[in-house]
Design a protein around this ligand. Structure first.
Ligand code: NAD
Length: 264
């Protein structure tokens, strides 16, 4: 299937590793020009270089890196100075730490809300009207399966992402919907990324169990009996960015190997 998005411009945040990188790769392989953002210049540049190698020397696709903290106003300004008119925006800024809510002070909550709610909203605010004026736009927010099936130790994530989810539900159905702009949230379950490893390591330190034992138990709870890989996540993202997905908006789409156990 030709996704018919070649030549479009995408902003992909948190693109040096994990799910963001999976999205950047999938879009670039469809011929989309990608501006990859993450904080660490060395990690980001090596991820971009690998992608350029995969695309081959004849590729006309632009893979642009921008080492910035996307949660800061200055970081976002630097990204938009590099390229302004995005057709596709994938929001993502890493996840908040796990823990016990009794230990989280106001600053911890502000950091989580800033990264996982206010930053995506700021990115949408900066791009959505341009998309609508041009008659095409795709916004994908990487959130979490925890939005539908909360995990107690991920309270910062559950709370901040629920705020974004509520906002998106209204925005997606506003007049931009009739102007070719869709806004959807992609909800990862357990994907084999650095983030998942960090969560397992934290749990191992707290419980004294082996990391492998914790991972095996988690795997057992997933109907497909394995963790997802970022390429699978990226492929779903690329499809949602295509014109073929123009009738899908305002949705929370789980990519979790069947882990969410509910009919609806
Ligand atoms: P990851 O930690 O492996 O990668 C995160 C990426 O975001 C990295 O490229 C990092 O450099 C970048 N990043 C972090 N903070 C940033 C900032 N302020 N500015 C710019 N870039 C920043 O994480 P992942 O597993 O790919 O997860 C992506 C998102 O999906 C996170 O929000 C995570 O909480 C969520 N999620 C992941 C899983 C999973 O199993 N991996 C499950 C549920 C939800």
């Amino acid at each position: 299937m030709d996704l018919a998005i070649a030549g479009k411009w995408a902003l992909v945040c948190g693109a040096s590793r994990g799910l963001g990188l999976g999205c950047a790769q999938a879009l670039a392989h469809e011929g989309v020009n990608v501006v990859m953002v993450a904080r660490r210049a060395d990690v980001l540049e090596s991820a971009a270089e690998e992608l350029r190698t995969q695309l081959g020397p004849q590729s006309a696709v632009h893979v642009v890196t921008c080492a910035q903290d996307i949660t800061s106003e200055a970081g976002r300004a630097a990204v938009f100075a590099r390229h302004a008119d995005f057709d596709i925006v994938v929001t993502n800024a890493g996840g908040p730490p796990t823990g016990n809510f009794r230990d989280w002070d106001r600053a911890a909550w502000i950091r989580a809300v800033d990264a996982n709610m206010l930053t995506p909203i700021a990115l949408i605010q900066a791009t959505v009207d341009g998309m609508a004026a041009r008659g095409f736009g795709r916004i994908i927010n990487i959130t979490s399966s925890a939005v539908k099936a909360p995990i107690d130790t991920l309270g910062l994530s559950n709370g901040a992402r629920s705020g974004l989810t509520g906002f998106v539900a209204g925005l997606a159905r506003s007049p931009i919907a009739a102007q070719g702009v869709t806004v959807n949230n992609l909800l990862p379950g357990a994907f084999d990324t650095d983030r998942l490893q960090t969560i397992f390591q934290t749990a191992a330190q707290k419980t004294g169990q082996e990391v492998d034992a914790i991972a095996a138990l988690r795997r057992k709870g997933i109907p497909v009996q394995r963790f997802g890989v970022p390429q699978e996540f990226g492929a779903v993202c690329a499809f949602l960015c295509s014109p073929w997905a123009g009738y899908i908006t305002g949705q929370n789409i789980l990519v979790d190997g069947g882990a969410y156990s509910g009919t609806f």
